[in-house]
Design a protein around this ligand. Structure first.
Ligand code: HEC
Length: 152
């Protein structure tokens, strides 16, 4: 046993910690090519805030995760389907069809937060302003989502 670990249980703890870190690395998904949201087909604009995405992760856990894995909203099918679509279209699609069987049952800001989380998962960069829930703000902003790398 290395001298550093005079206490055997500390040594064991260190071994376990290294194992856990290695396992986390091997199950990590390969990185997605980052998506963007563009205004008027040109300028990249941040469309959600980081704290909103964090709130959205909780919404996802309570209202979406029973049916979805995150790869449902990051995989190649999803990215191919939504690339080039306005952010508002995706927002309305989710709001009017999800949760499946009880659409529209969440407050609008929870749908917006869930979408912020989805955008974050797709590599879009957060900004200072949360994603709005009105069409005026979101209709002119389109998603640019590169197809995911193979294997996702
Ligand atoms: C009870 C199960 C269920 C729950 C809960 C649920 N979904 Fe779904 N979702 C589905 C099914 C089934 C589909 C595919 C069929 C369809 O498109 O209607 C789907 C499709 C989707 C799609 C379209 C994917 C694509 O490729 O375009 C999105 C986005 C989505 N769900 C987001 C959400 C979000 C966000 C939540 C939580 C607020 C949620 N879903 C909750 C069952 C569910």
């Amino acid at each position: 046993m290395p001298r550093l670990f005079r206490n055997p249980s500390l040594f064991l703890l260190a071994v376990v910690a290294v194992r856990v870190a290695a396992a986390a690395r091997s199950t990590a998904q390969s990185p997605l090519a980052p998506g963007r949201a563009v205004l008027n087909d040109q300028d990249t604009v941040p469309v959600y805030s980081d704290s909103q995405a964090t709130a959205g992760q909780a919404v996802w856990g309570k209202a979406c995760a029973e049916c979805h894995e995150t790869k449902d909203v990051t995989g190649a099918d999803f990215r191919t389907k939504w690339a080039g679509q306005p952010v508002f279209t995706l927002f309305e699609q989710i709001r009017t069809t999800m949760p499946d069987g009880n659409p529209g049952s969440l407050p609008k800001d929870e749908y917006a937060a869930a979408l912020a989380y989805i955008l974050k998962l797709n590599g879009l960069t957060a900004g200072a302003t949360p994603l709005a829930t009105d069409s005026v703000a979101l209709a002119g902003v389109k998603l640019v989502l590169p197809a995911a790398p193979p294997g996702l």
